[in-house]
Each structure stands twice: as C-alpha cells, then as structure tokens.
Ligand binder design. Structure first.
Ligand SMILES: C[S@@+](CC[C@H](N)C(=O)[O-])C[C@H]1O[C@@H](n2cnc3c(N)ncnc32)[C@H](O)[C@@H]1O
Length: 368
C-alpha cells in the first residue's frame, strides 16, 4: 500500500502496518480524508488510538503528512498513517483493520458509490471494518434554496424515500446494519469538524444526511438462509449463541507461542507446533463461518477450563486449521484476531493436561 511518509510515497506491507499499530486501539480509519486534519485531531485527542487517513489525492494530504513527521513538541505524531489510494484499491491490505470508520462529506466516485449505490465500493469499505465496527457517514445534501455544488450535479436527491429504498438497502446488502439516519442543518454540519464541513456550513441552507451503521458480515444472509449449528442454535443472528467441538490431547502440545492459539484437524503435530492446544478437532468450517463478531472461547479438559477472547475474521475459510491471533493478520487460516491470551499465557498445569494423549478436550466458542 502507498504510505505518504513526509512528502514521499513509500510501499508499506501489512506486516509493517501491524508493527506500527502495535497494541494501540482503537484503530480509526477516515476514508476520503481530504487534507487529513480530522484524523490528525483524532490522533491528538486519543493517544492510545491509531488513526489512518486514506485519500485518492496525494496533494490533499501532503501538509499534514509532513507535520506528523516533526518532533512531538512541534506537532509530530507516531499514531497516524496517511495512505494515498482510491479506497477500492487498498482493501486487501487493510482487511478487518478498523474498529471505527468515518466517511465525511465525500465527493466524486466515493460519493457516487454510496448514493447510487455501487456494491464494489461499499464492499471495499466493509472489508476494512472489523465485524461490529461503527461506520459514521455524512453525505452533503442539496436543499431547494442553495446552489447545486458541482459534486452533486448528476446525483439523485437524498429524499427520505430515496434513502429508504436505495441508499440504506445498498449499505445493508454490502454488510452494514444501519442503526440511525438523520438529516442535519448547517450548525450540525459544522460540528462534523472537518475542513469541508466548515466550508459547507457557511451556507445557512446547507443540509447533510448522517448515517450510523455497524459492520456485520461482508454479505448478509437472507432470512431463513442460515443452516442450523450442531447445537441447534442459529449462530448468525444477533442473539448470543455457542458452538462446541471436540479435540484430543497430544504429547507434543507445548503451549509456548506468544502470539497465537490453534486447533487442528490433524492427528499428529511436532514439537514445533507451539501454538496448538488440541489435535484431531472435529469442527466444521460451515458452522464456524456462521459465527461473527466478538467471541469468548472456553477450553475444557477434565475438571479444569480456561477462557480467552477474540474477534472473528470474516475472511476465515480453512477447513483444517483454526488459528486465533493477537495481531490482525486476516489470513484464510485465521479464525479470529485480537486474541487476548496466546498459548504462552495459559497456566502450565492446564497445558500439561492438554498434552495427555488420552485427554478429551471440549472447545466452546460463544458469540457475544
Ligand atoms: C469533499 S472532500 C472531503 C474531505 C474531508 N473528509 C473533509 O470533510 O474535509 C472528498 C475527498 O474524497 C476523496 N475521494 C474521492 N473519491 C475517493 C476514493 N475512491 N477513495 C478515496 N478517496 C476519495 C477526494 O480526493 C477528496 O479529498
């Protein structure tokens, strides 16, 4: 991906980005960041967060990108990254990175893709979001008395009927659940706090539509489309549900990995598989793919159990391995990211019971 470092473009890999983010949370992404000032203020107000501003136009971002490279006393920040790209061209590298996404007063193809709507563009925004991440969207809306800005000239008017019948279904079909829609006037537009918002708010007749949505699955299932899980509960709904599978212990289970936990369908592992906590697992990919959002996982063996938490990766698609990672590397084998307890943090007595080849281990994944 094209990172803007000071005044020049540098290629940045996903692994390097993970390294920059480290333990910082939340990760906030501003799409169509314009001059990047909004994201700068977010980063200044939330030093524990990591903020990413994306814009197709490098010139827009230049000034802020140089500013963040200065010394901290002169406005420098190490919790911001500016990326130069059309959002549609970047999403693989940013997959599931964001805990919160803003799209403030877009124009051009970004605005068209939301208002018309275009599934490719909306899905690219969706892919950046972690499941459960809020999307905060503001769309400029032209009113009768105000001159038509060029950016709106060939777009349909955002009437309540058009919003209900076209814009909101477009978002929902691309994996967002819309939670709030409201029409606001010039004072609320000013409070959005971006440069463009301030410009638009000078017109007393200006109106905007603000939409709050939450990322669900990338593609929503139709009602009645969801296969039941073995526990007989519908895991794709919004209520909590759980899925339990069985696996076996193995003498090579060491549980010393500092970043991951894994369950595998393989019967055998070597001593190098330090993240594996159960072999011969009988989970089914189809059932696991019905689980979304934040999960609590309980591993039970004999009378003891230990739990951990993580967030499901919507791109998971491996029928043999189920990996939980501390990082956000959303590979196909990664069932969940943001793991809060890697193998090395389990008690050693618990790991010893998993290394008994006769151990019968029950793993319950509970959706919150
Ligand atoms: C009206 S400006 C708003 C900037 C900023 N959000 C604000 O409120 O001040 C819209 C921005 O969207 C960017 N943009 C348009 N299409 C885009 C795309 N496909 N991907 C990323 N940025 C895009 C433009 O380059 C422009 O900077």
């Amino acid at each position: 991906m094209n990172a803007l470092v000071g005044g020049r473009i540098a290629n940045l890999t996903r692994v390097q980005l993970e390294g920059m983010i480290g333990e910082r949370r939340p990760v906030i992404v501003d799409i169509g960041a314009g001059d990047g000032k909004f994201v700068y203020r977010l980063a200044a107000d939330q030093p524990d967060a990591f903020c990413i501003g994306i814009d197709a136009n490098q010139d827009n971002l230049l000034k802020q990108s140089k500013r963040v490279r200065r010394k901290p006393t002169r406005g420098g920040k190490d919790n911001i990254l500016y990326l130069v790209s059309r959002v549609q061209e970047i999403t693989d590298e940013l997959q599931s990175i964001a805990d919160e996404v803003f799209v403030n007063l877009p124009w051009g193809e970004l605005l068209h893709g939301i208002v018309v709507p275009k599934p490719e563009l909306l899905s690219s925004i969706r892919r950046i979001c972690m499941p459960g991440a809020p999307l905060r969207l503001s769309l400029y809306h032209q009113t009768a008395g105000a001159p038509t800005p060029l950016v709106l000239a060939d777009l349909p008017e955002l009437t309540p009927a058009y919003l209900d019948s076209v814009v909101m279904p477009g978002l929902e079909q691309s994996g967002f659940q819309v939670t709030d829609v409201c029409r606001v006037g010039s004072e609320e537009i000013r409070q959005i706090g971006t440069t463009w918002a301030r410009k638009l708010a000078q017109n007393q007749l200006a109106e905007a539509v603000q939409v709050e949505a939450t990322a669900t699955r990338p593609l929503q299932r139709q009602t009645g489309d969801t296969p039941p899980s073995p526990s007989g509960k519908n895991l794709a709904g919004t209520h909590s549900a759980s899925y339990t599978f069985k696996c076996s212990g193995h003498p090579n289970i060491r549980g010393t990995h500092h970043k991951t936990v894994e369950f595998t369908r393989d019967n055998e592992i070597t001593g190098r598989a330090t993240c594996v906590l159960g072999v011969a697992a009988d989970f089914s990919l189809a059932d696991l793919q019905n689980i979304v959002g934040n999960v609590t996982v309980e591993i039970a063996v004999g009378d003891s159990s230990e739990t951990f938490h993580a967030t499901v990766n919507p791109a998971y698609g491996d029928s043999e391995r189920m990996i939980f990672r501390k990082s956000r590397l959303p590979t196909e084998q990664t069932f969940a990211v943001d793991l809060d307890k890697p193998a090395s943090q389990f008690t050693r007595s618990f790991i010893r019971s998993l290394s008994d080849p006769d151990a019968s281990i029950m793993v319950t994944v509970k959706q919150k």
